[in-house]
Design a protein around this ligand. Structure first.
Ligand code: SAM
Ligand code: SF4
Length: 473
């Protein structure tokens, strides 16, 4: 970790909150969204510069046609900078015991209807085998906050997942979404070889935060806000932030996310690897009044604003959203989505096609399609589905930052690696119809690469067809 005390104006980075609600509101209340200013800001972002809080507030206040220009700008930035790859992953819930009392979550301690379960080692193996048999390569492990889920337990489950091999399958990157730890805890988990450590602040407003977090350690807003600083101190520089949209004013949360990103960048020279923006969905015993419900049009606009404001960061859009919302919002700069998602503990191995039972799950998902169907639609919409983990495997951390900042990086690494991982998927898991479609998409995407790369790639694809795996640049 490189800590920049001179750039980081926080006396003790573990204790002092860097969110100042009055400052954020003053930006929002004073930003004037006239045409000239909005266009200047969009061009600044298209010029690959990230936006200040004041500039982000201008975009937030832009409505009508200007909001459409923001979305068009985000679409252009995505095309220009990131190309057409979408990285696929799946969540794996390890345990839903929880000592906290978050009013939006089906796992909270006061929900007596929740069926509690922690997967055994054997059950974890079974889940991972089922995921591998579907073609998954990247997982995010999810845990409630509970003394049982201590850093040693989390590290143990990560190692276990990496060990499981079913057929030609393997999990090549394990990310984590779990409670904040202390520095030693983060070190322990870091040593198990995780990819990203993801923690959502839920709401960046400290007063709203108090209303929703009524019990357990998660009541402590500052402990959570500074979690990723402790992760950095422990050597984990690949971190993901997020806000749960629907708890408070979405405009404030967007500003909070951008402030958080700026904070990490200023203090550690590296911004967040990913930003997530889940919207609240139905859950067992959900206790939310809906005053801050985020409508679809605002949701799409806020994704476009985040894309422009923090152009070097991956954006994650999950199966909480319905397929039509996902496919439209993806164009505004989303880089990762989950596919074939099941939230029920043990749900992948059981492979039941029952309707969701909210007492067994954290919240309702609205995209229940299989991974194959998600891939099929991505190809139809001219995306290349990717399971690439090359940067992480080669120690090139911050892949989204490199895609963004290193000229030619995407054509040299990301597109070829997307093609190679899609080739593996086709050979190992696709139906004949999907395979045919996939090979055509691969051919089309290879056309844009230079001749040397094309030749090299063709040879690698032949090697994959003859049984080699895990080839990457
Ligand atoms: N227990 C860990 C924690 O609180 O940090 C793990 C988090 S939880 C398993 C993953 C995320 O799901 C939460 O951070 C929250 O943002 C989100 N979530 C919780 N309830 C939700 C709901 N009803 N709808 C959508 N997302 C929800
Ligand atoms: Fe527990 Fe996390 Fe759910 Fe809160 S959001 S009740 S901490 S699982």
């Amino acid at each position: 970790m490189k800590f920049n005390p001179e750039k980081c104006n926080i006396p003790d980075r573990r204790m002092e909150p860097f969110i100042d609600p009055a400052e954020i509101w003053s930006f929002i209340n004073n930003a004037k969204a006239d045409k000239v200013r909005v266009r200047e800001i969009i061009s600044k972002s298209l010029d690959k510069q990230r936006l200040t809080l004041a500039e982000t507030a201008v975009l937030i206040n832009a409505g009508g046609e200007l909001a459409e220009e923001i979305k068009a700008g985000a679409r252009e930035l995505k095309k220009k900078v990131y190309g057409n790859r979408i990285v696929l992953f799946a969540p794996l819930y390890i345990g839903n015991k929880c000592s906290n009392n978050c009013q939006y979550c089906g796992f909270r301690i006061s929900n007596k209807d929740a069926r509690r379960k922690t997967l055994t080692d054997e059950e974890i193996r079974g889940e991972v085998e089922a995921l591998e048999e579907n073609g998954q390569k990247r997982l995010i492990l999810v845990y409630g906050e509970h003394p049982e889920y201590n850093p040693e337990f989390i590290a143990h489950t990560v190692r276990l997942v990496y060990e499981v091999r079913k057929g030609r399958g393997e999990i090549r990157r394990v990310n984590i979404n779990a409670a904040p730890l202390d520095v030693d805890g983060f070190r322990t988990v870091g040593r198990s070889g995780i990819g990203t450590y993801q923690i959502f602040q839920e709401t960046y407003d400290p007063e709203a935060y108090k209303l929703y977090h009524l019990g357990g350690k998660k009541r402590d807003y500052v402990w959570r806000l500074t979690a990723l600083d402790r992760a950095q101190e422990a050597g984990i520089d690949d971190v993901g932030i997020g806000a749960l949209f629907g708890l408070y004013d979405w405009r404030f949360e967007v500003m909070g996310l951008v402030r958080h990103a700026n904070h990490l960048e200023a203090c550690y020279n590296v911004g967040p690897h990913t930003i997530s923006f889940p919207r609240i969905k139905d859950a067992s015993a959900l206790n939310i009044n809906g005053n801050y419900y985020v409508r679809d049009d605002d949701f799409k606009k806020l994704i476009a604003i985040l894309r422009l404001a923090v152009p070097y960061t991956g954006l994650i859009l999950t199966a909480r959203e319905a397929p039509d919302v996902r496919s439209e919002a993806m164009a505004f700069g989303v880089s990762q989505i989950d596919g074939g998602t099941k939230l029920e503990l043990g749900g992948y191995a059981a492979s039941k096609n029952e309707t969701q039972n909210l007492n067994r799950e954290q919240f309702r998902i609205n995209d229940e399609r299989s991974l194959a169907n998600v891939i099929d639609e991505l190809i139809d919409n001219d995306y290349i589905p990717s399971f690439c983990t090359a940067c992480y495997r080669l120690g090139r951390t911050g892949e989204h930052f490199m895609e963004f900042s290193v000229p030619g990086f995407i054509k040299r690494y990301c597109t070829p690696n997307a093609i190679l991982t899609l080739s593996e998927y086709i050979v190992d898991y696709a139906s004949p119809e999907l395979a045919e479609k996939g090979w055509k998409a691969i051919e089309k995407n290879m056309a844009d690469l230079d001749d040397g790369m094309k030749e090299g790639l063709k040879k690698k694809i032949d090697r994959i067809k003859s049984g080699e795996r895990d080839l990457y640049y």
